[in-house]
Design a protein around this ligand. Structure first.
Ligand SMILES: C[S@@+](CC[C@H](N)C(=O)[O-])C[C@H]1O[C@@H](n2cnc3c(N)ncnc32)[C@H](O)[C@@H]1O
Length: 212
């Protein structure tokens, strides 16, 4: 099913994007869970810290990536603001994961630091005022030497949920402003085959203090 078309004539305008994910959690699970972690992140895999390491999947959705990381030996915190998504995730993924109900940009409930922060298809939901706040918080949450992976959806945003086509350059500039150095940037098509949608995959690193 194409969820970009799920929002038919009766759908409500949605400023709170989380309403959309709550409404369609079950249907979206079919879409998200059909994608393989190894295929989705093929270009990014060489840049991931070696397991075991502390990973946080922010905006974890149905838990596909958090579960794959846990199976690969990472200690994973999955952060997802939408209860309905967390419920689907806990049903689908028995892997040992810590789930937190929290949201960007503040991520107030997230404690400690991480060797890997994964934001897959989430950054696009933050508005221009939220993105700098979020990047500052992500930089705090990264351990020295830690990696931040961000995927950005490009193309005309759907009208049924708040979404922005955020340029990779803007994201790289924000990361740089918080001392994160770029390790990798690539672009690719949409694994779900949607017309007019393509993606950037970005990896940044928080330098060790003595090399910053
Ligand atoms: C397109 S889905 C991606 C889910 C998962 N990361 C994946 O790649 O399959 C976006 C997810 O981000 C969550 N989300 C929306 N706004 C968020 C925010 N401000 N902070 C964290 N997560 C958010 C949604 O609830 C949803 O689960």
């Amino acid at each position: 099913m194409d969820t970009d078309q799920m929002n038919g004539a009766g759908a409500q305008p949605c400023s709170g994007v989380q309403w959309y994910y709550a409404q369609y959690a079950e249907a979206l699970a079919h879409r998200y869970e059909g994608l393989s972690f190894d295929v989705l992140y093929e270009e990014v895999l060489p840049w991931l810290p070696t397991a075991p390491a502390r990973a946080a999947d922010i905006g974890a959705g149905t838990g596909r990536d958090a579960a794959a990381l846990a199976r690969a030996g990472y200690r994973v915190t999955a952060v997802e603001p939408v209860r309905e998504m967390r419920e689907v995730a806990s049903r689908l993924h028995p892997e040992e994961l810590v789930w937190l109900a929290d949201a960007l940009p503040e991520l107030n409930a997230v404690r400690g630091t991480f060797d890997l922060l994964l934001l897959s298809a989430v950054w696009m939901h933050l508005d221009p005022d939220e993105r700098p706040v979020a990047m500052a918080r992500l930089s705090e949450l990264l351990a020295e030497g830690g990696r931040l992976v961000v995927t950005l959806r490009h193309g005309r945003p759907p009208r049924d949920r708040r979404m922005f086509d955020v340029p990779a350059e803007e994201t790289a500039a924000l990361a740089a402003a918080h001392g994160l150095r770029p390790l990798h940037a690539s672009t690719g098509g949409d694994h779900l085959g949607r017309d007019g949608v393509h993606w950037s995959r970005l990896v940044f690193e928080k330098p060790q203090a003595d090399t910053a």
